[in-house]
Design a protein around this ligand. Structure first.
Ligand code: BTN
Length: 322
């Protein structure tokens, strides 16, 4: 049914079609027309609806184009094996399968839509079609001591923040450990899933979700108040492909720097981009909530929080609120 509806809009040459006309041509009720239009909106189509005039198709979802993405890459390995999918449950799951099948470091799974996008702490990640960058990168840092894995999260956050600033000009900041905020609202998140065997790090699937071109209407009501997108913040549509290639370039460069020079240069970059330090915070973990002053991150990437009794608590994970 949505295909026939789209066909009518294509024939209309971007003109308005009344609900009555649509209902007559498709032989369905006007409520059913409205439902079909809502379904198309979920898929990334944008419509204008004007009383007494009807509906007008404004834009179709923008789609990634594999050859142009590959041609735009400026990396040696990151993204060179690129698995582009229309729809997946989660790019993390597909990347884990590819890893088990021997995919090399740098392989990426990128999807237009995730039906079961995974967030941290068992949460869902809202990933509507054609609106974001939902992807997972395979890393095989067999040279990295297990205790230093948290540093990879901070490295990823720095790459993400720098790429977003570069492409959009927006004042994005990192909230420890892995959120990107603009104007105090979350615009992107990072999920690192590490595989460990016999106490050794085997591989890491690093997932990034960036809300690029979502509009306010694209968010479920429960997250609308705390989330934003790059397009909302910038007041213009952002080129997802450009951001993708910029981010992979930045990520590969910092990953190489980290391997050769260690965490010190990454830590400096992170400190310059974070909004978490030098303020009172509440850090929520599944079993416990800690309140205190966020003083610094240490050499491992842990957050050092000074408690009311003057002692310092080392945090390795958790949800931070200001
Ligand atoms: C968070 O902030 O909770 C982390 C969100 C991570 C979302 C990304 S989207 C691409 C990749 N696939 C997933 O299922 N999750 C990550």
């Amino acid at each position: 049914m949505t295909d026939r509806l789209l066909e009518l809009f294509k024939q209309s040459d971007r003109d308005y079609i009344s609900g009555e006309e649509l209902s007559g041509k498709l032989n369905i009720s006007r409520t059913a027309v409205w439902k079909q239009i809502e379904r198309l909106k979920q898929q990334g189509f944008q419509f204008e609806a004007i009383p007494r005039k009807g509906y007008r198709l404004l834009s179709a979802p923008e789609k990634f184009d594999l050859p142009s993405l590959l041609a735009g890459l400026r990396t040696e390995r990151f993204g060179r094996q690129l698995h582009l999918r229309d729809e997946v449950d989660s790019t993390q799951i597909v990347a884990q399968q590819l890893t088990a099948a021997g995919a090399p470091e740098g392989a990426v799974v990128l999807a237009e839509l995730q039906t079961a996008g995974r967030g941290r702490m068992g949460r869902r990640w809202h990933s509507p079609k054609g609106k974001g960058l939902w992807f997972s990168l395979i890393l095989r840092p067999d040279w990295l001591p297990l205790s230093q894995t948290p540093q990879l999260t901070l490295l990823t956050a720095v790459s993400l923040c720098r790429a977003v600033r570069q492409v959009t000009g927006l004042d994005a900041g990192i909230k420890w450990p892995n959120d990107l905020l603009i104007d105090g609202r979350k615009v992107a998140g990072i999920l690192l899933e590490a595989n460990v065997e016999n106490g050794t790090l085997q591989h890491v699937v690093a997932g990034i979700g960036i809300s690029v071109n979502l509009t306010e209407d694209d968010y479920p009501p429960d997250i609308r108040a705390i989330a934003t997108s790059l397009a909302i913040a910038a007041g213009r549509r952002i080129d997802r492909s450009l951001l993708f290639v910029e981010l992979l370039a930045e990520w590969e460069r910092l990953y190489a720097l980290y391997r050769s020079e260690g965490f010190a240069p990454i830590k400096l970059l992170w400190e310059a981009l974070t909004v978490s330090l030098g303020r009172e915070i509440v850090c929520r973990m599944p079993q416990e909530t800690v309140e205190g002053f966020a003083e610094a991150i240490d050499e491992q990437g842990a957050l050092l929080v000074r408690l009311n009794d003057g002692s310092v608590r080392k945090m390795f994970s958790g949800d931070v609120e200001f």
